[in-house]
Design a binder for this molecule. Structure first.
Ligand code: FEO
Length: 171
């Protein structure tokens, strides 16, 4: 059985992941309007991955016999001052999610919940990758500057990102 405290925290994390999805979908729409199709694609893939992250918690709660509870989603921002600004905000948001995951790990330890502790190891690794990806793109944006040519080059690169669905426990 999963403890009430752990269950509530995991349900809140579903909301965090779904908000992340919402935020990146909003960024994808922002890039579409700027005609930056590659950036829009990158954010659309990110949106789908965030839904997968939420669903991984969803299936896990079900498999432990817990009750999934969905909370209201906050409205995400819809405007950023530049691609650089959008990626700065993306990194900031992922750093917040990393803290959420670390707090969940602390709670799993307090509750002596080994199964949840195990599950969270996947999210710890995922967060390393998330922050690394954002830092890489931020580095390029800063190095190349935000002139038309460099943005066009980066847009072509970001168009290559493909969505790979995450294998889930139970559908
Ligand atoms: Fe699900 Fe981007 O953290």
């Amino acid at each position: 059985m999963i403890s009430d405290r752990m269950l509530e925290a995991l349900n809140k994390q579903i909301n965090e992941e779904m908000f992340s999805a919402y935020l990146y979908l909003s960024m994808s729409a922002y890039f579409e309007l700027q005609n930056l199709k590659g950036f829009a694609n990158w954010m659309m893939v990110q949106y789908k991955e965030e839904v997968d992250h939420a669903m991984k918690f969803y299936h896990y709660i079900n498999s432990r016999g817990g009750k999934v509870k969905l909370f209201a989603l906050a409205e995400p921002p819809s405007e950023w001052s530049s691609p650089l600004n959008a990626f700065e905000e993306t990194l900031k948001h992922e750093q917040h999610i990393t803290k959420c995951i670390n707090d969940l790990v602390d709670l799993a330890e307090q509750e002596k919940d080994r199964a949840t502790f195990n599950l969270l190891q996947w999210y710890i690794d995922e967060q390393i990758e998330e922050e690394e990806n954002d830092n890489e793109i931020l580095g390029k944006l800063r190095l190349l500057g935000e002139g038309g040519n460099s943005i066009f080059m980066l847009d072509r690169e970001l168009a290559q990102r493909k969505y790979i669905p995450l294998a889930q426990g139970k559908e």
